[in-house]
Write a protein that binds this ligand. Structure first.
Ligand code: NAP
Length: 290
């Protein structure tokens, strides 16, 4: 074995070791254990398909088995890409998709779910979400979710972009412990959910899934004050500032993140947050910097 191959296999060993250590948390009340770091797929139809598929599969190897998509992404194209990426791997994945609000009538939700299942090449979703509150009363969408769940087409359901009142109303309609998650914007430059929504989700037993955890392309620049703090903490732990950011966003109970990455190297950097432990002092430095 040459030196390069040996380094490669060591890196793979270290990575698979990391996969064993990927932290998992209960997803909602009484839900399955789901890795704290998942994989987003928004705009993936614009990426090189072979590279995106390889990146997603690398993520699965590293334990990032929570895969988030939506019927809206690439107008169904991303779900079709996922069908290829997940071939032979479906059983390891916690697969989430979403219905767009315009389609979220009772009949529309059922139809959208069945179309998503067809595009994804699977017979069930692990969680099905309403993408954001819209024109149809949530009670109608909920009835469809309940029927889909009884039919085994979805294992659980949740919401996205719901504020405190919307979430409380949804929980009141669905009953305690039924809404698995609320997927919301959460990154270092926008921590507004920490004020009221996060504590409410925790009190209601609703998983908080942070989307755009890197600010969807607006990650703190390396030379900004916050960026320097991230870099120094990252250096201490031998990880990238992106991993540090993810771990900071995961410091509260009941939280998950779904970064999107279209290269295996980015995925590997992000997976390193799976077992990263930041000290109270490091967390408070980051807290103060943002
Ligand atoms: P994001 O995850 O905050 O950022 C994605 C960007 O970060 C991509 O440009 C990616 O580049 C880059 N990146 C990833 N890992 C990196 C690393 N280690 N180093 C440097 N750059 C890195 O943005 P997002 O896609 O908006 O959010 C994540 C997911 O949340 C979405 O894909 C989607 O599944 C979900 N989402 C949900 C909603 C909703 O309304 N429910 C809204 C927005 C997003 P590469 O692609 O080149 O790797």
């Amino acid at each position: 074995m040459d030196a390069g191959a040996s380094t490669g296999s060591l890196a793979r060993e270290a990575a698979s070791d990391r996969s064993r250590k990927m932290e998992r948390r209960a997803f909602g009340t009484g839900g399955p254990e789901v890795p704290v770091i998942g994989q987003g797929t928004w705009k993936m139809e614009r990426d090189d398909p072979a590279q995106a598929i390889a990146a997603l599969r690398r993520g699965l190897e590293l334990g990032m088995t929570h895969v988030d998509t939506a019927e809206m992404y690439g107008m169904g194209e991303v779900e079709e890409l996922l069908c290829r990426a997940l071939e032979g791997r479906r059983d390891q994945v916690f697969l989430v998709s979403k219905v767009v609000p315009q389609n979220a009538s009772f009949a529309g939700t059922v139809k959208s779910c069945e179309s998503s299942l067809r595009r994804l090449g699977t017979d069930r979703l692990d969680c099905y979400l309403l993408h954001w509150p819209g024109p149809h009363p949530f009670g109608e969408t909920l009835r469809a979710f309940q029927q889909l769940q009884q039919e085994g087409k979805i294992r659980s359901y949740g919401v996205s972009n719901f504020g405190v009142e919307e979430l409380e109303d949804a929980v009141a309609l669905a009953g305690p412990g039924k809404i698995a998650c609320n997927q919301v914007l959460y990154h270092l430059k926008d921590r507004s959910i920490e004020q009221a929504l996060l504590p409410r989700c925790q009190a209601l037993g609703v998983a908080l899934v942070g989307y755009s955890p890197f600010g969807a392309g607006d990650f703190p620049s390396a030379n900004s004050a916050g960026g320097k703090v991230l870099r120094s903490v990252a250096k201490e732990h031998g990880v990238s500032p992106y991993a540090v950011a993810l771990r900071f966003l995961l410091r509260e109970a009941g939280t998950f993140v779904i970064p999107k990455a279209s290269s295996a190297s980015h995925v590997e950097e992000n997976a390193a947050a799976g077992d990263l432990q930041l000290s109270a002092e490091e967390l408070s430095k980051i807290d103060a910097a943002f």
